[in-house]
Design a protein around this ligand. Sequence first.
Ligand code: ZN
Length: 431
Amino acid sequence: MTRNLIHSIAGALLLSLGCIAIAEAELHPREADIARNAAQRQAAAEALLARVVDIESPTENVAGVRAVGDVFDGELRAIGLRTRWIELPPEMKRAGHLVAETGGTRGKRGKRLLLLGHLDTVLAGERFRREGTRAYGTGIADMKGGAVVMLQALQALHAASVLQDMRITVLLTGDEEDAGMPLAVSREPMLELARQSDAVLSFEAAIDGTATIGRRGINSWTLETTGETGHSSAIFGAERGSGAVYEAARILAAFQAELGSEKYLTINPSVIVGGTKAALDDYRGTAEGKTNVIAPVAIARGDIRYISLDQERSARERMQAIVARHLPRTQAMLRFDDGAYPPMTPTPGNEALLQVLDGASRDLGLGPVAALDPAERGAGDIGFVAHLLPGLDGLGSGGGGNSHAPGEYADLATLTPMAQRAAVLIYRLTR
Ligand SMILES: [Zn+2]
């Protein structure tokens, strides 16, 4: 290749890169207005976050969850949304859910959006505390920060006089961290709102430069094995067989050997007991057995995580097939719990939403947004509706620390950029 040719290719590349850069820097004037409005709300957003973090709202604290809901209720009504509280049956011991709607009248153009978040936290006890741009406090990352980002985005759209025409429904659930049972009752309102929407945006904590297009589902299982008991010297023999502990060990080892390398599928035995006597409730067990006696019973419990309902079904079938190959003179039974969290399976529809978000983020000068590896995020509320409509998650505040553990924090410097990103995304989806 001649030097001239190289120069002309380089020149063409520079030209085309230049064009892209100019296009990227372009926001619609209305979008620029929305972004400025979001930035003006930074101090108010920080103050609101401090206020709601200092209202303790672990799922079981029904009054606390409701009090956090009341704060958001007031904020949402202040920007013109109609709000209502959905009560759940008292025996469920859950606070219920807050719903807010714009009631926009804009024709059939643009998507109807469901914005999703939760009011409850896992723990309690850590008050709001600032260190530089970091703010600590129970549930601040998961996800009071995300609920504040959602509100800040809606306020920015309201200030630009575009919110009232949009068809947006906000659902803040009161029991995401420990959903009320039966799920068919506690999650029905979410399903109903999803059926009236075209896309769902969930504001769980953001993870650096990513959004979530897939979250794994989760369920729990119990394995119970039984066998003959008797003098230990008779084990392996035709009369006594292998005993219940070997049968449990065989099954668990086969789960790992035969299913352990499948992408996005994990099976975790979390607790096991076995012996002459063994008992196990949800997560606490007792067992006893002398070394010279063959164990007649063993019980294990654990979870299974999966990226799609097909993967779950296939895994269950293979697990049951493993269970059925009993060792001599043993029996085994594998039971899955009710109340599984369904997965959010990555779909082309979710990818398409991610493309719009990525474009909005670049145009705001906030950099690209990539899909988060589904292995890096647990199950969430969005999984209950992900089969009904395309969605994105991880649109909330950025931060760090372990969620569901003391020391979680939100990075206050992420509130405005995340609100700007969400607001422009919403604006573009509702055009
Ligand atoms: Zn959460």
